[in-house]
Design a protein around this ligand. Structure first.
Ligand code: CO
Ligand code: CO
Ligand code: CO
Length: 321
């Protein structure tokens, strides 16, 4: 899109250029529209679970912007002549259950006959124009909270290779199908400066985007980062998704890595996530209370993983043991 003539508009509050989670368009002084679209190929074999995961992932971008999702539309590709319709029905049922759990209304959708299954949602939400959370306003002195453990990319790779245990698949579904709704609800009562969700670029990649957009230096305490135990096992076996190597390569020049960090830990920090947690940047003084509230609301693996330490021209991150 960078090479195409995208139009600017005074009401467009968040557009293409900031690599944010969703677009935001102001309707009135106290109401802005959030729009996002996400869909992908199955990461698990269970069609119902895949539907749940894809929907939770798509809804997440509205939560990451500080918004409330209102309506959704299905986007689905399916080999309708070659596969039982029952599978399609299960995917859509999984999606619908998540949509309803989020308090959202399904208003339509579109399907295409395609040899490769893909499913996701286009989601529309609302936010007060003064309360939009992007990745560009992190402040020096902020603490950074991550709300879900890492490792779903490695687990999805294990599933693809038919190597994942039942427990690992269960954990993968549990983490990725969890809505970021509770985390978003909790953060609303704190002075959150910036937020994004962790997806394809991995934790380090998304933190780097936050650092660059906010022009800050960020410290990431790698030993604090919650990691799914099963994912560590599979990463030891070398089951690292290709996207994670790309993430590492892409970030290298702007990330300073302390010399004594285990390769395994680094692999997890760059692991491409599906439907990952939120990164919440808020004043250090509020971080402990926010964390307690998150735990109380069932966001049990939320952890303080780092801090925003100083201003920086381009933004960068330092990964510490
Ligand atoms: Co996102
Ligand atoms: Co997205
Ligand atoms: Co955002």
């Amino acid at each position: 899109m960078a090479q195409l003539p995208i139009q600017k508009h005074p009401n467009l509050l968040v557009g293409y250029e900031t690599s944010d989670d969703a677009g935001v368009y102001k309707i009135t002084e106290d109401l802005a529209l959030i729009q996002t679209l996400d869909f992908f190929t199955p990461i698990v074999d269970d069609p119902y679970a895949f539907g749940q995961i894809a929907a939770a992932n798509a809804l997440s971008d509205v939560y990451a912007m500080g918004g409330q999702p209102l309506t959704a539309m299905n986007i689905v590709c399916f080999p309708i002549k070659d596969m039982p319709k029952e599978i399609l029905k299960e995917i859509l049922r999984g999606g619908l259950d998540k949509i309803h759990e989020a308090g959202v209304i399904l208003v339509g959708g579109h399907s295409v006959d395609d040899p490769e299954i893909k499913y996701g949602l286009s989601v529309t939400g609302i936010v007060h124009p003064d309360r939009i959370l992007t990745n560009k306003n992190a402040q020096v002195g902020d603490a950074l909270i991550l709300t879900k453990p890492l490792g779903t990319g490695v687990l999805a790779t294990a599933v693809k290779g038919n190597l994942a245990s039942k427990e690992a698949i269960k954990k993968l579904i549990e983490v990725t199908a969890t809505l970021n709704a509770k985390a978003a609800e909790v953060m609303r009562s704190f002075h959150v400066h910036a937020c994004t969700d962790v997806t394809g670029f991995g934790l380090a990649g998304h933190l780097l985007e936050l650092a660059r957009a906010s022009k800050k230096e960020i410290l990431l305490w790698s030993h604090k980062v919650p990691i799914i135990t099963e994912a560590l096992d599979y990463a030891t076996m070398g089951l690292i998704p290709a996207g994670s190597y790309a993430n590492k390569y892409f970030c290298e020049s702007l990330v300073e890595i302390a010399p004594n960090i285990p390769t395994l830990t680094l692999d997890m920090l760059f692991d491409a996530q599906t439907s990952g947690g939120l990164i919440i940047s808020l004043p250090e003084a509020e971080a402990t209370e926010c964390l307690q509230k998150l735990h109380l609301e069932g966001v049990e693996e939320a952890t303080i993983i780092g801090q925003v330490v100083s201003n920086h021209d381009h933004g960068r991150i330092k990964i510490e043991p």
